[in-house]
Design a protein around this ligand. Structure first.
Ligand SMILES: [Zn+2]
Length: 403
């Protein structure tokens, strides 16, 4: 009798509390929105035909890797979450944030936003990350319960196996939210351009990984219990060698520093020379736009952060901004593809596909914004998002099944 009472109590408790969902968020770095239409990804097609496909996922400006992965996971524009580029400086502290510098990448002081795993853990939801920018920060309450230090050499199947092993943990240790990351299409997109056979081979490899993940989840009886979202941080466009603009040759005599050559170049120089440099670049505008930090158009959401340089130059799609040094280097090795340009250009858009019991089925929608993913995750887990985010649930919640 007592046992029966306990059982009824248990059932009622479970019904009241509700089972927490499981969500896997996957990023295919640099997977442009239209790569899905090349007829090379039958497994991803099956995945979204049984779920959701947005026409594209619009990144934030600049359409670069770290700013956008961190926007996806915080729901904030880069100017607000702090990771304004893959390389930037805090002049006052005399410190540089740079992708290759693992000590700085793990220094939590750069990261102003709250990542979803932090929001989730505060709500007693265990989280894990098999790679994601920002997941390795040193402060224990700011990283997931389980995370891996980034290593590009880790074979793709090992990454999936790592996720499967987390899902095999006993219930009380098992993470409910997991991220997973693959760099394939970004690497080949840069090296060979978005229209190359090498990018097509990357698409096929990633499609096979989706199949492997599907089979692995089925083998542990988890496929029907997990909601999977596949995104990319940005797209890719061709950057032919003929479309190079040497910015240093326009302003050679001001002692400027030219930061991050490529689609978006930042210029720093003596404070008294800034206006003159700006005017010179403005008069010579040709296949680029130059802005003072405070005049960057509102739609870029890129002026509030003090680490943004006083002058920002945005190249037209496909053009590359260089200085004398990179001009020389580019003769030897040139990237045939790049990203970072105006985030409204469709070539810069990534993918958003999702599948699982929380999502509508066989549903296609237009473009969605990557800052809206954080509030979407909060809705899925039924927890409160941070109040200061830029994302907006109302722009994306229609992709969820009606309650
Ligand atoms: Zn990227």
């Amino acid at each position: 009798m007592f046992k029966k009472f306990l059982f009824v109590l248990f059932i009622s408790f479970t019904l009241i509390a509700g089972e927490k969902p499981y969500v896997l968020l996957i990023s295919f770095d640099g997977f442009r929105w239209d790569y899905l239409d090349r007829g090379l990804s039958p497994n991803i097609e099956k995945f979204y035909n049984d779920g959701i496909r947005a026409m594209s996922l619009q990144p934030c400006f600049p359409s670069k890797t770290f700013p956008n992965h961190y926007s996806i996971i915080t729901g904030m524009y880069p100017e607000n979450h702090g990771i304004i580029s893959n390389y930037f400086k805090d002049i006052k502290r005399n410190q540089v944030y740079r992708l290759g510098d693992s000590a700085q990448v793990r220094n939590s002081e750069w990261y102003l936003g709250e990542a979803f795993w932090e929001t989730a853990e505060r709500n007693r939801i265990k989280t894990a990350s098999y790679f994601w920018p920002g997941s390795e920060v040193h402060l224990s309450y700011r990283h997931p319960s389980y995370f891996m230090e980034y290593n590009q050499q880790t074979p793709y199947k090992d990454r999936v196996d790592g996720v499967i092993n987390w899902l095999k943990l006993p219930k009380e240790k098992r993470p409910h939210f997991i991220t997973l990351y693959f760099e394939d299409t970004d690497n080949t997109g840069h090296d060979f351009g978005p229209d190359s056979k090498e990018v097509n081979e990357s698409i096929v490899r990633l499609d096979n990984i989706v199949k492997y993940l599907d089979e692995s989840l089925k083998s542990i009886n988890f496929r029907d219990s997990i909601n999977i979202i596949i995104v990319s941080d940005h797209g890719m466009t061709s950057t032919p060698k003929e479309k190079i603009i040497n910015i240093e040759s326009i302003v050679p005599d001001f002692g400027c520093k030219f930061i991050e050559p490529g689609p978006v170049m930042k210029i720093e120089c003596d404070i008294n020379k800034i206006e003159a440099v700006y005017q010179k670049l403005n008069q010579n505008e040709n296949h680029y736009r130059v802005f003072r930090r405070e005049d960057v158009p509102d739609y870029f959401h890129y002026s509030k952060n003090p680490f943004i340089s006083p002058i920002i130059i945005v190249a037209d799609l496909g053009y590359s901004l260089v200085d004398n040094r990179t001009m020389k280097r580019s003769v030897e090795k040139w990237s045939l593809g790049n990203h970072g340009f105006d985030n409204h250009a469709s070539d810069m858009h990534g993918i958003f596909v999702a599948n699982g019991s929380m999502f509508r089925k066989n549903y296609k929608t237009g473009s969605v914004l990557n800052i809206d993913i954080y509030p979407l995750l909060c809705k899925i887990f039924d927890i409160f998002p941070r109040a200061n985010i830029d994302g907006d649930l109302s722009r994306i919640k229609f992709i969820l099944k009606e309650e």
